[in-house]
Design a protein around this ligand. Structure first.
Ligand code: TXA
Ligand code: MG
Length: 326
């Protein structure tokens, strides 16, 4: 199959619409990462996402809808605080997990009785979702376990020959996937950290927890179990401040690159460096591009943890730790 990259226009949207309506896959940009979309009402289309990605069949998908889509047909009620969260943060990088009516294909939630729904803020994503006017199931458009894509070219490298169309909306500004929030309980619970932080959610609804998997328990969000976001070269993760240790490993490796925040990069003149930038938003937005850049050129990426760990950095640290997990 020939894989085409097309910028977003009336013509490419019409083509994407036709593909989705007949059960095909289309990759599209969002404000977080690129998604690999299929009609969430069509069993075969949803199953083909799992096949194309090599995704385990117990890792449920997020359904994407445009801001005016009536989600009441998809969800079986919601707590009153969910509305406040929608008003505060949507459209935007927040996915909410509701009790499901079972209208979408059972393959979307892998047999769970809940449904993850996201309303992206990206104008290209919204244009596509309005045009198809369907719930679109879309995981990040990377092969399972690989680094998530923040450009159309990243998607192309993983899916060239597997999918017909990639809509190109430029580089994603957010850079890490949406915050996944379970709203089926009395207080919201973060299952995956992202740009909408625990502090931001708590400031609207009073309280917000972060889920951590207890030993022996079935994961609330199965995706959390997997090694993920991994570059295809060796990686080493060092605690913040480990500059001497990084230099030692660097010297013992033939083509190492040091991945670090800007303040550290500036002390590494003459070293091969992957600079994540200065602010927490810079680091979120550049992390995946730098990991993908690194795997092309390095035999080992030596990552030094950034010093800040709260707010948006909680999400960045979660991705970095899992990318470097062996
Ligand atoms: O920003 C994003 O969320 C991107 C863009 C494309 O929208 N999508 C994305 O999808 O990151 P994916 O499939 O890579 O991650 C979905 C996450 C997984 O960790 C999955 O386990 C969790 O959401 N999830 C989906 N449905 C769930 C459900 N019903 N209950 C618990 N977790 C769920
Ligand atoms: Mg993913």
């Amino acid at each position: 199959m020939k894989t085409e990259i097309k910028s977003i226009s009336e013509e490419s949207l019409a083509e994407a619409d036709a593909l989705l309506q007949k059960g095909g896959l289309v990759a599209f940009p969002t404000e977080t990462v690129y998604g690999l979309g299929a009609n969430a009402l069509d069993d075969d289309a949803v199953l083909s996402i799992f096949k194309a990605k090599g995704r385990p069949n117990d890792n449920p998908l997020i359904v994407h809808v445009h801001p005016d889509y009536d989600i009441s047909v998809l969800i079986d009620g919601e707590p009153s605080y969910a509305r406040s969260l929608r008003e505060a943060f949507l459209p935007g990088p927040l996915t909410m997990i509701y009790p499901s009516t079972g209208k979408v294909s059972a393959a979307v939630s892998c047999g769970l009785n809940t449904l993850a729904i996201r309303v992206p803020a990206h104008t290209g994503a919204q244009a596509l979702l309005r045009r198809v006017n369907l719930p679109v199931a879309a995981p990040s458009a990377n092969k399972s376990k690989h680094v998530s894509p923040t450009t159309a070219m990243h998607v192309y490298r993983d899916f060239n020959g597997d999918i017909p169309l990639i809509l190109d909306g430029g580089a994603c500004s957010g850079g890490i996937e949406s915050t996944v929030l379970d709203i089926t309980g009395e207080t919201p619970l973060i299952l995956r950290e992202g740009l909408i932080t625990r502090e931001m959610i708590a400031s609207v609804v009073g309280a917000c927890g972060t889920y951590t998997l207890q030993a022996g328990e079935r994961a609330k969000s199965p995706g959390m179990l997997y090694k993920h976001y991994s570059p295809r070269c060796k990686t080493v993760l060092l605690p913040a401040g480990s500059i001497e240790e990084a230099k030692r490993i660097y010297a013992a490796t033939s083509r190492a690159y040091i991945l670090c925040e800007d303040a550290v990069a500036r002390t590494l003149q003459g070293y091969r460096v992957l600079n994540l930038g200065k602010t927490e938003y810079d680091m979120a937005s550049s992390l995946y591009a730098k990991l993908r850049e690194g795997e092309e050129v390095a035999d080992c990426i030596i990552a030094i943890e950034p010093s800040k760990k709260d707010g948006v950095m909680a999400g960045v640290m979660n991705r970095l730790t899992r990318a470097c997990r062996s």
